[in-house]
Ligand binder design. Sequence first.
Ligand SMILES: [Fe+2]
Length: 166
Amino acid sequence: MNSDSDLQIAGDILEVLHLLQPAREHPSTVADFVGLARSLAADPAQWEPLVQYDATSRWYHRLRTGPGYEVWLLSWVPGQRSGLHDHGASSGVLTVLQGELTERTERGTRRLDTGSQRVFAPGYVHEVVNDSLEPAVSLHIYYPGLTDMPMHASQSTAAATDVVPA
Ligand SMILES: [Fe+2]
């Protein structure tokens, strides 16, 4: 006799099509967004030709949008920094695609090597800096899309209305 908790499917699960989740066209969970970032990181052809470097201000490019989310590509020449900021109502996934970045929070400093990922909730405060001697590229997914990026550092020169992804 079977109880409710020991259901087993004999044979090939892939043959039971009505039990499978349909493939989602767009990511909607933290794991989905992390996975999207990893898949883009593993496929430089989708972003590497687009990257530019700007010594006067951080370069950024909206790579993709979907229902409720945005994907941004950023470059950082040595010494460029975001300033201390949060992301308004947005959650995010930061992924280092090339080079290395440094993240500073009130809890300390963290080096982010190529492939490193940070997932953050609304209200998370950090500063991202390229402290290295080589340019860096990062990918930022925001959910919902970034509409407000309040600056926290008094030394920041960004106007209150500027929304520059970081
Ligand atoms: Fe940020």
